[in-house]
Design a protein around this ligand. Structure first.
Ligand SMILES: [Zn+2]
Ligand SMILES: [Zn+2]
Length: 465
């Protein structure tokens, strides 16, 4: 289900926010959550190190899932395991009726050999696509899983004061299932992860080294791009390369297609919403003096604005067909729907921003730049208004330019950041439930959370880049 996206997303980024238009939960409850979150920090770090030392590839997260399920059962949650192969869904019912909020963490690691010198560094190896590879939590999903376990423990401790329910989604295969398998958020949804109860809002975080530990970055509207695969088959007619007029040259046609596709984001898409069309592979021909019959192009299409995704696809098809036709060739275009735009509901973002500012300190919450990578969370955020934010994990004394990016064998998490992650997610849940319960949010879902009117407020400071 795709929700209609109202208004220009990027234009409302952080305008329309007011810290005093926000109904916080009871101060006593928030103080209890804060204290419990600080108390659980050593355990969160211990979980994270254990998971880090035992990383598992997408759809193979059996050890991690068993740990998660056993901890959630210990806390008295309703637990479903083996959702989408290895996913775990826990439900915490507060003592009073109210809305439902879902929190998501991903659990999978990557085929990367760890090069960080840590006592708990991964030594794991496995086989991936027929090759022996190292396995490493090089995207920080170990931190996400540990943080969400911490949040579960904190919220279970205050369940008597909670109005509503919290759904904990521990997701496999965020990085994508192995070839030939299904998995991830889409499969969790197909298996009913967000049915009974269905959430009124869904939150998640991702650790990033672009921001220092202690910082949170957030962005309303398109935060991560949609990602769709592109396959183009250009068919000409084979001939001697010295007599091109006797055939139809698909290499020349493919070359013009590659260049013309670059002009779509620049000339045919609203320039206020970044988009990318990239060709990453070209296959055609066997030697220099033969013009071949066919050329295959493989690429990817990215967009940060849900309403433009389809329009870009249509322009790609039109451009390819037009160029092929003009040369007397034919072309088939296949666009494989991948991940949707990770879209932060602007009203939900505005509503929850004061919570993030409260837990991190106002100066430590900055406007994040949109990212042209994709995120599986986007599927969950199509089911209910979503908010996905970035948690800084760079040691403060390391300059941004020197921090290893996600997926690097040198990716490093400053564990001082984990406590803020727990407090942020736990407080978002508690504030959302408290606010929703006073406004009967549960009666209007999904995608139509009632919101208090908000007044304009200044833009957030940008992170130094
Ligand atoms: Zn990743
Ligand atoms: Zn990741």
């Amino acid at each position: 289900m795709r929700r209609a996206v109202a208004g220009p997303a990027l234009a409302v980024v952080f305008t329309g926010l007011a810290s005093n238009a926000h109904a916080d939960a009871d101060p006593g409850l928030l103080a209890a959550v804060d204290a419990a979150a600080r108390g659980i920090e050593p355990q969160v770090i211990a979980w994270r190190r254990d998971i880090h030392a035992h990383p598992e590839l997408s759809n193979r997260e059996t050890r991690t899932a068993a740990l998660v399920a056993s901890e959630l059962r210990r806390l008295g949650l309703e637990v479903r395991s083996e959702v989408a192969h290895t996913g775990v869904v826990g439900v915490l019912h507060g003592s009073r009726p109210g809305p439902v909020v879902a929190l998501r963490a991903d659990m999978d690691a990557l085929p990367v050999s760890e090069a960080v010198d840590l006592p708990f560094a991964s030594k794991s190896r496995t086989t991936y696509r027929g090759r022996e590879v190292g396995v490493m939590h090089a995207c920080g999903h170990d931190a996400h899983t540990a943080i969400l376990l911490g949040v579960a423990e904190v919220l279970a401790g205050v369940r008597d004061a909670l109005p509503g329910s919290v759904v904990f989604l521990f997701q496999p295969a965020e990085e994508g299932p192995p070839p030939g398998e299904q998995g991830g958020a889409r499969l969790m949804l197909a298996e009913g992860a967000l049915r009974d109860p269905s959430p009124d809002a869904v939150f998640a975080l991702h650790v990033v080294p672009q921001h220092a530990a202690g910082q949170i970055a957030v962005r309303a509207g398109g935060a991560m791009a949609s990602s769709d695969g592109l396959t183009i088959q250009v068919r000409g007619r084979q001939t001697h390369a010295a007599y091109p007029w006797l055939g139809v040259d698909p290499i020349a046609v493919a070359s013009r297609i590659v260049l013309a596709l670059q002009a779509i984001p620049g000339r045919q898409v609203d320039a206020r919403h970044p988009a990318i069309v990239s060709i990453g592979a070209i296959h055609g021909g066997v030697r220099g003096n033969i013009i071949p019959d066919d050329v295959e192009l493989l690429g990817t299409i990215r967009s940060l604005e849900p309403s433009q995704r389809g329009a870009i696809h249509e322009r790609v098809r039109r451009t390819v067909k037009g160029i092929a036709e003009s040369a007397g060739a034919t072309a088939e275009v296949e666009i494989h729907d991948g991940y949707p735009v990770t879209y932060n509901d602007p009203k939900l973002t505005a509503r929850m921003l004061p919570t993030l500012r409260r837990v991190a300190g106002a100066d430590n919450v900055v406007e994040g730049l949109p990212r042209t990578g994709a995120e599986d969370f986007a599927f969950f955020a199509q089911e209910a208004p979503g908010l996905y934010f970035w948690l800084g994990i760079r040691p403060p004394d390391v300059p941004e330019a020197e921090a290893a990016p996600n997926h690097s064998p040198l990716f490093f998490v400053d564990e001082d950041a984990l406590g803020l992650g727990v407090r942020a997610l736990a407080s978002l849940a508690v504030d959302f439930l408290a606010h929703g319960s006073s406004r009967a949010v549960g009666a209007t879902r999904p995608g139509s959370v009632r919101l208090s009117p908000v007044a304009p407020a200044p833009w957030l400071p940008r992170a130094p880049r």
